[in-house]
Design a protein around this ligand. Structure first.
Ligand code: NAP
Length: 479
């Protein structure tokens, strides 16, 4: 594995936690400890905010082109180091190397995209309707930001927030997930190499997120929280942000419906299902969680999907030919086991997988369940594992009602060869994103995010930078 910084990155300097605490990083394929990194406490986090606040004004005043070029250089460095970054990610998170390489490219692309956006921040100018006043609109960075990321996309969840924050002229404190801190620590080093001034990005790794984060949100110096993680933790952070009216962006959980109509191209639908279900071993907020398949094609779809899922190779992500790595940890695996057991007890048929292997690592096999009862726990829970749960439906209104019957609304997938139906169902699905005859929606150039309890705001696309900018309106009398 590459040599990775293991300390906190504060004000451009690598430092130990004030109390010397460290925490282990495990390899989920073996259960073994890979290394230890600094485990920050409250005092360290305050120092990180001090550093971010100190340079905010100066950073906001840098030329957009300078910020753009830092991002562009970081993009080039990441791409040139793809293989070693992929190996690092596989080691701490478990995904197969090919997928990790894909994530490196996806992560780097956020920097390229926002390097292009940094020089296109536009204000406005106009005469107000009364003719007596002019309106000048300025865009200003929101100020020091707190960025909190999950473990499932260790590099991309960071670049998706850091890219627009840099482009907008914000300083930051990043708190990555404790399971996967190494990708974020290397990213800090890459950004420094790319010319990011000291203090603009600070990275605080900690195993005590509640203790460390709450005082930052209540302290009045952080002006923006960008969070990706579970809805449960998102709600807690929204409450904590309320006290100082901290601006928030929330990328939260999902419970994606995957709808296959009887006029769908079944081969396309199975291909889409493999991506929507198996990307990241099912550990994605966008993962298809509930497969609704029209009764007339359900049996055939289930059999074809089971054949494809059974053919996947499960093993350590570093081994050649492996398609499916381990789940993030034993807790993640126990959750998946429990959901499958519950579904089977309620009458589901196991067409593939369903049995936990023995041996080291938190592996779980690709699993297909058909005839799943609608009252199964997995219908209302993010499975976050390689389990496809299939239910049947009879008509369009019914499936839309059932698909929308959830507090989440991140993404939905629709497979049909009818254009009318495709558009109608896309409009009526309560989701921030729809995959139409495709199992993959994520793209740095598209606005990513959800409705209902899946979140607030959007990341990526032309609007991604808006989350880090305020409008300032200046009234100018016509004299
Ligand atoms: P999580 O448990 O909510 O944790 C996310 C982050 O929040 C981690 O860094 C975590 O640190 C931290 N955290 C936990 N409790 C906290 C607290 N009290 N105060 C401050 N920070 C706290 O989620 P996860 O298990 O890492 O990630 C999976 C979830 O993320 C799923 O629900 C998935 O759908 C969602 N997700 C959403 C998107 C999206 O774009 N919508 C993308 C990826 C993932 P600790 O690990 O130390 O608790």
């Amino acid at each position: 594995m590459i040599d990775v910084p293991k300390q906190l990155f504060i004000g451009g300097t690598w430092v130990d936690a004030a109390d010397g605490a460290t925490m282990p990083v495990d390899n989920p394929a073996t259960g073994e400890v890979v290394c230890h990194v600094a485990d920050a406490g409250t005092k360290d986090a305050q120092l990180a905010v001090d550093a971010a606040v100190r340079v905010q004004e100066e950073w906001a005043a840098t030329a957009p082109r300078a910020r753009s070029e830092i991002l562009r250089r970081a993009y080039d460095i990441i791409v040139s180091r793809t293989d070693e970054l992929a190996l690092l990610m596989t080691t701490e998170m478990g995904k197969p190397l090919a997928e990790a390489r894909g994530e490196v490219a996806y992560a780097a692309e956020f920097f390229r995209w926002f390097s292009e956006e940094a020089v296109r921040i536009e204000g406005g100018f106009g005469t107000l309707p009364d003719g007596r006043n002019r309106m000048l609109l300025m865009r200003r960075p929101v100020g020091p930001c707190l960025l909190i990321t999950p473990w499932n996309f260790p590099l991309a969840m960071g670049t998706r927030k850091i890219g627009p924050a840099i482009a907008a002229g914000c300083t930051m404190v990043l708190k990555p997930a404790p399971q996967t801190p190494l990708s974020s620590l290397v990213l800090a080093e890459i950004l420094r190499e790319a010319g990011l001034p000291d203090g603009v990005l600070n990275v605080v790794t900690t195993s005590r997120p509640g203790e460390v984060v709450e005082p930052l949100l209540r302290g009045g110096r952080i002006r923006k929280l960008s969070f990706t993680g579970s809805t449960q933790v998102g709600k807690l952070l929204l409450e904590q942000s309320a006290e100082q009216v901290v601006r928030t962006s929330m990328e939260l959980g999902g419970n994606a419906p995957f709808i296959v109509f009887d006029d769908a191209d079944l081969e396309k639908a199975v291909d889409g299902a493999m991506v929507a279900k198996m990307r990241n071993m099912g550990e994605a907020c966008t993962a298809a969680n509930r497969f609704f398949v029209h009764r007339d094609v359900a049996e055939e779809f289930a059999v074809r999907l089971a054949a494809r899922m059974s053919a996947l190779n499960v093993g350590p992500g570093t081994e050649p030919g492996v398609d499916v790595g381990p789940l993030i940890d034993q807790n993640g695996r126990r959750k998946v086991e429990r959901l499958v057991e519950d579904a089977v007890q309620r009458g589901a048929r196991v067409l593939a997988g369903g049995r936990t292997p023995t041996g080291p690592g938190s592996f779980y096999p690709p699993t297909v369940l058909s005839r799943v009862s609608p009252d199964s726990d997995l219908m209302g829970t993010e499975i976050f594992g390689p389990v496809a749960a299939i239910l049947t439906f009879d008509d369009e209104d019914e499936v839309l009602r059932r698909a929308n019957d959830t507090e989440w609304g991140l993404v939905g997938y629709v497979f049909t060869e009818s254009l009318d139906r495709a558009l109608r169902v896309s409009e009526r699905l309560e989701a921030g994103m729809v995959g139409l005859n495709t199992g993959l929606v994520s793209n740095p150039a598209a606005p990513f995010g959800g409705v209902k309890q899946s979140g607030l705001g959007r990341e990526g696309g032309r609007v991604g930078i808006d989350e880090f900018l305020d409008y300032k309106y200046v009234a100018v009398p016509v004299t």
